[in-house]
Design a protein around this ligand. Structure first.
Ligand code: TEU
Ligand code: CA
Length: 547
């Protein structure tokens, strides 16, 4: 597989760089920053949806899959971006939102005007005995069924009520989706990320869920693998150069063996989220809890070993446009800001899989710390804020949860320099920048070899220079609390990664490891010689190598 030594950089175009000073980032803005991305050394850019959309969910509500929203630019801008990126050997990965369309999509509009063909593109159900078709809970709060007065029926929406779920049981829908992928392949696109793709297969019969929120009925649903195999066969599967990644919401590892198994002909790799729920109390995002580092180690080890054994492939990541910033979440964005950001980066980048860097992560961008609810823009945050107030929480309590968990933590403008709005735009951006842009920005770090930015650059290079990192076997090394150690082995070559969490610790390493004559190739402290007894300071990180 050709993608094993590649690194993907994720761009949320709305917040990356605003080339025409209207407060909204755009495609030309990405083209302008290619030189920077080339400096960093990444191979692919995943761009979140820029298709025509009413932007209720910032583009994840697509109204036209074949055209670009004027907010972001034109088709010529995209052609230019593809061409300019190719000069640096950088490829584009587009974001296909195939579980649902916007209710502004022509298919949905036709459906509610009475067109039977298009009604069968979605799930419309009558209410029986004045009850909603099911009691399922939407991912953005509230019930998953919305009333449509034109048809006197309810339609299904797992996300916002303006995001109507598509009926993949219908072969016509599957053909439409294939056609869209092929259209973008013909435009020169060489990568695809499929949004919540493990939710597309709904059950034959819709029934109430009395023990959960309904997800068990549609997650990794009954026909999911055959739909993916069909899509693969009729579009990207024929082409060797295309990389695909599926976003798998609440999935199981067994399903992921299939989604990304080498011989399964579904996708190249998968995003799973279990490792990012270690600070959810009762698995509920909205209940705050201190992160559990031991649980994190266990989840990472399970997924590394399981996927490896089954020739399946992980997409590795901490951050994206739906997640709080990792340095604020698992690291320490005050005293150990730089050091903890480097430790967390190492942890992910040396694992078996393909690392994804989310814009701003490479300079240690933090959570927003917005002080009023008016600063938040995300539909999920705003919905839940209202729900919290209705449940009887005080505005302060509600704000505290939103501050910590809001998807807007990952959506503030990229911090390019210490000028107005962090150099993102000349005018007030669609969402406020974080106040710390004067200290945390690209310009400050680009000439500083000790910066987080340079450290990410080094990690990317390590993946290219060391086969154990890109191709090697993953071997966990059992250790005490708060220390994470693992090895990567490729023939006789080995990489040994030693990571310390928050506290000072003394560790003892096995004699046979010490005798192997490792040399330290990367650290966030000082390059050291490996000895059997090591004293580790908070967030200490060492990567060793032996031939
Ligand atoms: O995200 C799917 C998803 O599972 C998250 O939105 C999750 O439900 C949320 O963070 C719960 O707290 C994808 C996209 O990445 C996201 O931006 C979209 O809003 C969503 O799908 C719908 O298309
Ligand atoms: Ca703009």
């Amino acid at each position: 597989m050709s993608f094993k030594n590649k690194v993907v950089y994720q761009i949320y175009p709305k917040s990356f760089y605003d080339s025409n000073n209207d407060g909204i980032g755009d495609l030309k803005g990405i083209t302008k920053k290619l030189k920077y991305l080339n400096f960093l050394g990444i191979d692919y850019i995943w761009i979140t949806p820029f298709f025509v959309s009413p932007q209720r969910d910032n583009g994840y509500d697509v109204a036209d899959y074949y055209n670009i929203d004027p907010l972001y630019g034109t088709m010529e801008d995209l052609d230019e971006l593809i061409l300019e990126a190719s000069k640096y050997g950088i490829k584009l990965m587009l974001d296909m939102v195939f579980n649902h369309t916007s209710t502004e999509h022509i298919w949905f509009k036709q459906a509610i005007q009475g067109n039977k063909k298009y009604q069968n593109y979605y799930f419309f159900k009558k209410s029986i005995d004045n009850k909603l078709p099911t009691n399922w809970v939407s991912k953005f709060g509230g019930n998953t069924w919305e009333y449509c007065k034109e048809l006197d029926m309810y339609y299904l929406h797992l996300f916002d009520k303006t995001q109507a779920d598509l009926n993949w049981e219908n072969p016509e829908v599957r053909k439409e989706m294939t056609k869209i992928v092929n259209f973008w392949i013909n435009k020169g696109i060489e990568g695809f990320r499929f949004d919540v793709v493990n939710l597309i297969s709904k059950p034959q019969i819709f029934k109430d869920d009395f023990i959960g929120d309904g997800r068990r009925f549609y997650t990794d649903g009954p026909n999911i693998h055959s739909y993916l195999k069909e899509l693969n066969k009729n579009s990207f599967g024929k082409l060797k150069n295309i990389v695909t990644v599926g976003e798998m919401s609440s999935t199981t590892i067994e399903n992921c063996y299939k989604y990304s198994g080498e011989k399964e002909n579904e996708l190249s790799m998968v995003f799973s989220f279990h490792h990012l729920k270690i600070d959810y109390k009762n698995k509920n995002k909205w209940e705050l809890q201190e992160a559990d580092f031991e649980e994190l180690k266990e989840i990472l080890n399970t997924w590394q070993l399981g996927m490896q054994k089954n020739n399946a492939w992980n997409a590795l990541f901490w951050c994206n446009h739906d997640q709080p910033r990792i340095v604020s979440r698992l690291g320490d964005d005050k005293i150990y800001w730089k050091k903890s950001a480097k430790m967390l980066a190492t942890m992910i980048h040396c694992l078996r899989g393909t690392p994804y860097i989310y814009q701003g992560e490479e300079i240690g961008m933090t959570n927003t710390y917005f002080e009023t609810i008016n600063d938040f823009k995300d539909i999920e945050s705003l919905n839940y804020y209202d729900i919290f107030l209705k449940e009887g929480k005080s505005p302060e309590e509600a704000l505290k949860i939103i501050q910590e968990r809001s998807r807007d933590n990952g959506r503030t403008p990229m911090q390019w320099n210490n000028k107005n709005f962090g150099g993102f735009s000349n005018i007030i951006p669609w969402i406020n920048p974080i106040k710390n842009f004067k200290q945390i920005n690209v310009e400050n770090q680009i000439n500083d070899c000790d910066s987080i930015l340079h450290y990410y650059k080094k990690l990317i290079q390590l993946r290219k220079n060391y086969l154990p990192i890109s191709e090697g076997e993953f071997i966990p090394v059992i250790t005490e609390k708060d220390i994470y150690i693992y090895k990567r082995k490729y023939n006789s070559e080995e990489i040994l990664v030693i990571l310390n969490y928050k506290n000072k610790k003394e560790i003892t390493l096995p004699k046979e490891e010490i005798e192997k004559n490792y040399s330290c190739i990367l650290s966030n402290n000082n390059i050291i010689k490996l000895t059997s007894k090591l004293t580790l300071e908070p967030f200490d990180t060492f990567v060793f190598y032996k031939k």
